[in-house]
Design a protein around this ligand. Structure first.
Ligand SMILES: [Zn+2]
Length: 451
């Protein structure tokens, strides 16, 4: 299963060509079960202990970078090592520590563009190797690493594969990141910021991970920021000065409706309940900083201290999902709108939607513990991350809005017990431990409900 942490030798899939596939089962070899009912022997082929990335994000939001990786091969001997790197990032060279060119495989990006580096000779287990990989984006509009979604607003995609690794969320690496980015924008990356300097047209920033990270990333844009801090913690929230094009489309269609009906029809925007100036995500940055700060303090009390002193909560110009990288949280811009505006735009008509907006920021904050401090070895345990993040959101609600606490769990209970689209209650489909195997084409949400 691509993208899944698995050490199982046998996988059974049902593949309906061009339409869908279902993951039916995963097993170890028969002889392994004679030793243990739950065999587990997962090791990475290689482990990168140190990675330095020197990257440029250009004015036209193209990415180019050089990454120096210091790694050991776990079991050895291994000569050909698979790397995770987005196919539109084309490698120009791979060299060893003496500057000698190494061979690599990166097929056409329209084909199977998996990347492999080839060592001059089989690597011995435990010995430290260094490689330097240079790459540059060569993409078309629909395959960009970073998409522009409005004035000064960018969606950073390829969040796990904008840099080479032996597998995001599998490997843990100490990172040093250096970025050159357009001077007029704020730039935020994972880790502790070591320096920030303007030179010419660029902003140059350096970042270092406090502990080995399982993933690194960045966000940037024309942001306004608000900070809440005490002597131990600084939470800064970054909201876009402008709203994404997607939302501008909504305001534009209201304007057109206004014109069509003429001035006698009254103010459509106010009749639709959309207040003038309501689309100001920047004004919500202060609220996001305060809520995230409060969530951090609560989780620190329950789950223990983190090695991070500073967390950035940043807007992403797409709605309906959030994401948490170490010290860097991405929130959907929709969650930075005020509730009245969301109501007017009919973004939160259901109980599920209202709850999503209510907890998305605190849910993502809890992933600093669940997912980044406590990870998973194989997919069987991956539920720990989402499961405890959900549980953490409930803790926050109990503390801040106790009257909503019961409704939070009632909603989950209902999802578990009521029939899904195929007529089965998810609670009866199978154990959580089977992960996506509990899903099928007709029942795509079982695993999500179980978590
Ligand atoms: Zn989550």
């Amino acid at each position: 299963m691509p993208g899944l942490s698995s050490d199982e030798e046998v996988t059974l899939l049902h593949y309906n060509r061009g339409n869908y596939f279902e993951w039916w089962a995963g097993f170890h070899l028969a002889e392994e079960y004679s030793k243990s009912p739950h065999p587990e022997h997962r090791t990475l082929l290689a482990q990168c202990r140190e990675e330095h990335i020197d990257a440029e994000v250009s004015k036209s939001n193209h990415v180019s970078a050089t990454a120096e990786m210091e790694f050991t091969v776990t079991a050895g001997p291994a000569r050909v090592l698979p790397l995770s790197l987005e196919g539109v990032l084309r490698i120009s060279s791979v060299t060893d520590e003496t500057g000698k060119k190494l061979s690599f495989i990166q097929e056409d990006r329209k084909l199977d563009n998996d990347t492999w580096i080839i060592l001059p000779e089989p690597a011995a287990a435990g010995r430290v190797y260094k490689v330097k990989i240079s790459y540059e984006e060569d993409s078309t509009r629909d395959s960009r690493i970073i998409l522009q979604e409005g004035s000064g607003l960018y969606f950073v995609g390829a969040r796990t594969s904008w840099y080479p690794s032996f597998g995001a969320f599998d490997d843990r690496t100490h990172f040093k990141l250096r970025f050159r980015s357009p001077k007029k924008y704020k730039f935020i990356a994972t880790g502790r910021r070591l320096s920030s300097e303007k030179s010419g047209d660029s902003l140059e920033t350096e970042w270092e991970s406090e502990i080995p990270y399982s993933v690194v990333g960045f966000n940037y844009g024309d942001f306004v920021d608000k900070t809440q801090s005490d002597q131990n913690l600084t939470v800064t929230a970054y909201g876009g000065r402008e709203v994404p094009d997607e939302l501008k489309g909504v305001t534009a269609s209201l304007d057109i409706e206004q014109l069509r009906r003429g001035s006698g029809a009254g103010d459509i925007a106010s009749r639709s309940g959309i207040m003038t100036g309501g689309f100001n995500t920047a004004s919500s940055a202060a609220y996001a900083a305060a809520q995230s700060f409060q969530a951090f303090k609560l989780y620190e009390f329950y789950f223990g201290q983190l090695p991070f002193k500073s967390i950035s909560v940043t807007e992403q110009p797409v709605g309906f999902f959030g994401q948490s990288w170490p010290t860097l949280i991405f929130l959907p811009y929709t969650s930075l709108l005020d509730a009245t505006t969301r109501n007017s735009l009919r973004m939160q008509n259901s109980a599920e939607e209202r709850e999503f907006y209510n907890v998305v920021a605190v849910h993502e904050m809890s992933h600093q513990w669940w997912g980044h401090m406590v990870g998973w070895k194989t997919y069987h345990d991956q539920w720990l991350s989402e499961g405890f993040a959900d549980f953490s959101a409930a803790l926050y609600i109990r503390k801040t809005e106790p009257n909503k606490f019961k409704a939070f769990w009632d909603l989950r209970r209902r999802h578990l017990l009521q029939n899904n689209s195929a007529g089965h209650p998810p609670v009866e489909v199978g154990p959580l431990w089977l992960s996506y195997q509990t899903n099928s084409y007709l029942e795509p949400r079982n695993s999500q409900v179980l978590i």
